[in-house]
Design a binder for this molecule. Structure first.
Ligand SMILES: NC(=O)c1ccc[n+]([C@@H]2O[C@H](COP(=O)([O-])OP(=O)(O)OC[C@H]3O[C@@H](n4cnc5c(N)ncnc54)[C@H](OP(=O)(O)O)[C@@H]3O)[C@@H](O)[C@H]2O)c1
Length: 271
């Protein structure tokens, strides 16, 4: 299927890393479909990108967690004749909490957005993407995909799922035109919560810190090169290496102390 107008679909494309990924793709001349919660950010981001990069931008405002939302996104693309050759599953809910005190809603959001939406949207788009000469799926994981983090138990487990799923799917699609990659950034600044989280880790937080723009640039460059697991930044690659060689009990002790600080700061902020 040659010379067809194609689109990159980005979930959570109105802000944070999703917006940076959208700009990186638009800068490379790719047309976009931005999916996010239906609010003014989505319209503002789309207008900004259209004016700056002169690419086509469609928007679809929806809560990805709502039943039927994923099927609606797929139907919207089919109905409007939009061929998706790149799917970026970026939307995800972060946060830290004491699991025993966490609400059903808190846990459900992380499972439904980080896991369910990513899996089902991928499932819906694969058949049409397979018909193209080349197509890409980029799942946004996290450095947390590699660690079991106290106080981020459901989040880190959801991101471990994304890692496992992406590797398995890549294997399954090996002989097709679709390349699957996972992008695993460390914390970056997008809002007051991420800013505070990073600050609690002091110098350690600063060393590993990258901007969403830098992460997006590395992510798209390596995705197009077909890299399986994309870890932006040398310090983060070192962190993963250290994580592999440290004994499990020591690793968990360090994680416990580091992430307990985030919990304390968040509690102070709320008081
Ligand atoms: N921030 C970090 O430090 C960090 C570190 C490692 C990995 N990550 C991962 O990177 C990805 C992006 O994170 P971020 O910090 O850039 O995210 P974010 O700023 O919290 O949210 C970005 C986007 O997701 C959309 N969104 C949130 N909930 C949604 C829902 N239920 N339905 C539809 N759209 C929804 C938001 O829409 P609205 O603008 O309309 O709210 C926004 O466009 C996530 O998968 C996250 O886990 C983040």
């Amino acid at each position: 299927m040659k010379n067809k107008e194609t689109y990159t679909l980005i979930t959570g494309g109105s802000g944070g890393l999703g917006k940076a990924l959208a700009e990186e793709c638009a800068g490379r001349g790719m047309n976009l479909i931005l999916v996010a919660l239906p609010d003014k950010d989505l319209t503002l981001t789309s207008e900004y990108i259209k004016n700056k990069y002169k690419v086509k931008v469609w928007i679809y405002g929806v809560d990805l967690v709502q039943r039927g939302a994923l099927e609606k996104i797929h139907a919207f693309c089919e109905h409007n004749g939009l061929t998706v050759n790149m799917l970026i599953n970026n939307a995800g809910a972060r946060g830290h909490t004491l699991f025993e005190k966490s609400s059903i809603d808190y846990n459900e959001l992380r499972i439904h957005l980080n896991v369910r939406a990513l899996v089902l949207l991928t499932r819906l788009f694969i058949p049409s993407m397979k018909k193209l000469d080349s197509a890409y799926i980029l799942n946004v994981g996290s450095i947390a995909s590699f660690f079991s983090i106290p106080f981020k138990s459901v989040y880190s487990a959801s991101k471990a799922f994304v890692l496992s799923f992406s590797k398995a799917l890549r294997g399954e699609l090996k002989h097709t035109s679709i390349k699957v990659s996972i992008l695993c950034p460390n914390a970056f600044n997008t809002d007051i919560h991420s800013d505070l989280s990073i600050k609690t880790h002091g110098i350690k937080g600063k060393i590993v810190l990258l901007t969403p723009e830098k992460i997006a640039k590395t992510g798209i460059k390596k995705l197009l090169k077909g890299k399986k697991i994309i870890i932006p930044g040398a310090a983060n690659k070192f962190l993963l290496w250290a994580g592999k060689i440290l004994p499990e009990t020591i690793k968990q002790r360090i994680l416990y102390h580091e992430f307990k600080k985030e919990l304390a700061v968040e509690r102070e902020r709320k008081e």
